[in-house]
Design a protein around this ligand. Sequence first.
Ligand code: ATP
Length: 269
Amino acid sequence: MPLSTPHAPQRTPGLQQQHSRAAVTATGLWRAYGSGEAQVVALRDVSVAFASGQFTAIMGPSGSGKSTLMHCLAGLDTTDRGTVDIGGTVITGLGDKALTKLRRDKIGFIFQQFNLLPTLTAEENILLPASIASAKADPAWISQIIRTLDLQERLSHKPTELSGGQQQRVACARALATRPEVVFADEPTGNLDTRSSGEVLGFLRKSVDDFGQTIVMVTHDPSAAAYADRVVFLADGQIVRDLPNPTADDVIDTMRGFETRVPLAGEAA
Ligand SMILES: Nc1ncnc2c1ncn2[C@@H]1O[C@H](COP(=O)(O)OP(=O)(O)OP(=O)(O)O)[C@@H](O)[C@H]1O
């Protein structure tokens, strides 16, 4: 079994120790939706850097701005103010065409709903982003990820013929196929059982330790966050805690602190 067991995160001092440059840097990000009385400020002056070869989880209460932050970091949403730099390219202000190219070449995505193309086989889904990226896919690398994810026997299957866990492992392979600067994972285990979650998280951990991948993952699950090297907590659109080497208990304690915090002046209790 090439993958780790559920809820047994093991951080090994791997490649991330050698790469301290930032893969992704956000500086002074603001994002509001709507206007006037109905305006919601989703991000308030958020500055954060994600080191290359590190696994970071983003957590926070519902509505705290996690998805907005991830979408702004990945160039899927626009910002009102501030900049995002991915691998040395400032993406805020790029036009649609340049952004699409940058996402294709530098970013891998893993979504809660897997988002595989239903008419393609697992193998075709894995190869699709690599086939349209600027640099051609490396067959030895693709084989290595497929082996690590234990997908050799599933390559000719369509998504409907795969379990949720298998579909998410295909999505992981697809995200890593181009060796992107960063993989953004949005609740990657939100639709999976405990065993499949452990397999996916074990693979993400391994891809950081063994391959030097950079991962930024939004999650609600403290045991998923415990696989990360670092947890960044958002509340009310701001970063309020930054926890290195988290355990699930650390994360639960920190989240409890938000639930019991005293409301700000003018806020409903
Ligand atoms: N497209 C939008 N239009 C209007 N308001 C939005 C939009 N997207 C997000 N918001 C608001 O911005 C705030 C932050 O939302 P966001 O989805 O980023 O939070 P979240 O922490 O990801 O929440 P959850 O954990 O529930 O997914 C919320 O108040 C939300 O209602």
